[in-house]
Design a protein around this ligand. Sequence first.
Ligand SMILES: [Zn+2]
Length: 304
Amino acid sequence: MDTVEKLGHTAHALRENPDYTVSDWCFRAVRLSSEGLPLFDTHSMRLLACLVLSILAASGSAATPHAAKEAHASADPKHWTYEGGTGPGYWADMDPANALCRSGQQQSPIDISVTYGQKLEPLSLRYLPGLISTVNNGHTIQHNIEPGSFLEIGGDRYQLLQFHFHSPSEEAVAGRRYPMVAHFVHKNDAGQLAVIAVFLKEGKEDQRLIRSLWKKLPAANETTRDEHLMLNPQALMPGNLAYWTLMGSLTTPPCSEGVRWLILKTPITLSARQLAQFRKIYPMNARPIQPLHQRAILDAQGSW
Ligand SMILES: [Zn+2]
């Protein structure tokens, strides 16, 4: 075994030990010199061997966690995306818990083309100013709301948990998607979800609530940001709350069904600058349109 080979073996052995230190490398270098390799007879040569071993071991250790991370990523059910091999067509394959993403019969989003008029209760929003924190969760920008804001429909009462954005809009109207949609996620005491979808189109002015919320947005896949702002989410609602409704699902894994969807007909506007600000982080985070199967979309008729 020549000197280079011996150094390589030593570096490899050191790499296998997660607790190795620089002093371990130097100890091995001294060991090599005591094994009769003339190259390491002097102190300076021992230091050189120590340095070479450091570099060999470090370069190996850099590769090992990287490979482990990649293997982990493909097995991680949270590592779904909107395109490629971890995109919507593969969500069901990534985790048995995501089975409904493929087999579900009440999946969202949908295209609103044929609708049926029906007299339904109006939406009553009891939103209050509250603390809002912003999270970039790797799939969207999400704003979490402190408890205290409610949606009421007839006798049903749901608490607002959070709202987040998709671009383009996930829902389509007569086959066309808006540049963006905001989803307001609510939950009642029985744990059932109701989501209000608010379309956003491009206008001249900044949307004022978004301007406050997106002053410093975290970049893609950055961890959570916890800047709390006292704001009223009502400022993202249009004046007219006319809506379409149907039962659907989460539009992200695990695609759970039983979600009551309330899709507002009236869009609000945001500026081109704000739209670009979101798309810089999430250029496309919309699930494809899903089949209606046996569902009918109701066009709520009321006195609004
Ligand atoms: Zn959503």
